[in-house]
Design a protein around this ligand. Structure first.
Ligand code: PEP
Length: 230
């Protein structure tokens, strides 16, 4: 299983050092990707874990103040990158077209994109979940070879940071829909996953892994969760 830890905008220098010390004590057969704040990417020393970024620029290089390119990420051994997280779509007005350009940049430098997709609550209530996801996937992956190893993370917007979570069968239904379009891609679930509800989620064998937000900040909780999915 693949487990992605999205630290978001958390930790400062000293607290991050302590966090890494604890995280590095965890041994697991699962593939773990840590996505810390960009400021920590270049000198974090990870044991048995991979390094991911939370975002990337859609531009290769040049006059783009504040941005970090895929080429720069590759130069510091970043292997994975989250793209299209709902917080970026919402707070930074990122469009599917922007995300498509970002994915193309990442693939150019052999960084595996982790593409987030998911419906809002009203879209679910109006039975639009599958059509929203199909539309997002089509637009974000436009002109990208289906053989490319893009990882998809199904993240219902209403489940992120809320403790509200779809049932396993609701998640399965969406994953089947994603795998119909992309049969060879790994599909993760993200949104209020905890060391408690993971047992139930893990009963479905369609989920290839999980993306963790809040829980990622607590190594003890991450350890427990990883033990549940070994
Ligand atoms: C996320 O931000 O993608 C996420 C899954 O967060 P949380 O686990 O806190 O819901």
């Amino acid at each position: 299983m693949l487990v992605v830890l999205n630290n978001k905008c958390n930790f400062e220098k000293e607290s991050f050092k302590k966090y890494i010390k604890e995280l590095n004590k965890i041994t697991t057969a699962n593939e773990v990707v840590l996505c810390p704040s960009n400021i920590f990417l270049s000198d974090v020393k990870l044991k048995r874990k991979f390094l991911g970024s939370q975002d990337v620029s859609k531009n290769s290089s040049g006059s783009y103040t504040g941005e970090v390119s895929a080429k720069q990420l590759k130069s510091i051994n970043v292997d994975y990158c989250i793209v299209g997280h709902s917080e970026r779509r919402l707070n930074n007005r990122e469009t599917n077209e922007d995300i498509n350009l970002k994915i193309k940049e990442l693939l150019k430098y052999n960084i595996t994109p982790i593409l987030c997709t998911g419906e809002a609550k009203d879209e679910r209530l109006n039975n639009k979940t599958k059509s929203v996801i199909k539309k997002e996937l089509q637009a974000c992956l436009k002109n990208i070879d289906k053989k490319e190893k893009v990882i998809i993370s199904y993240e219902p917007l209403w489940a992120i940071g809320t403790d509200d979570i779809p049932t396993s069968s609701e998640i399965e239904e969406v994953i089947v829909c994603i795998k119909d379009i992309l049969p060879n891609n790994r599909v993760l679930y993200g949104g209020s996953v905890t060391e408690e509800n993971i047992k139930e989620l893990n009963k479905t064998n369609l989920i290839d892994g999980y993306l963790l937000g809040r829980v990622s900040l607590y190594p003890k909780r991450v350890k427990k969760l990883l033990e549940e999915i070994k």
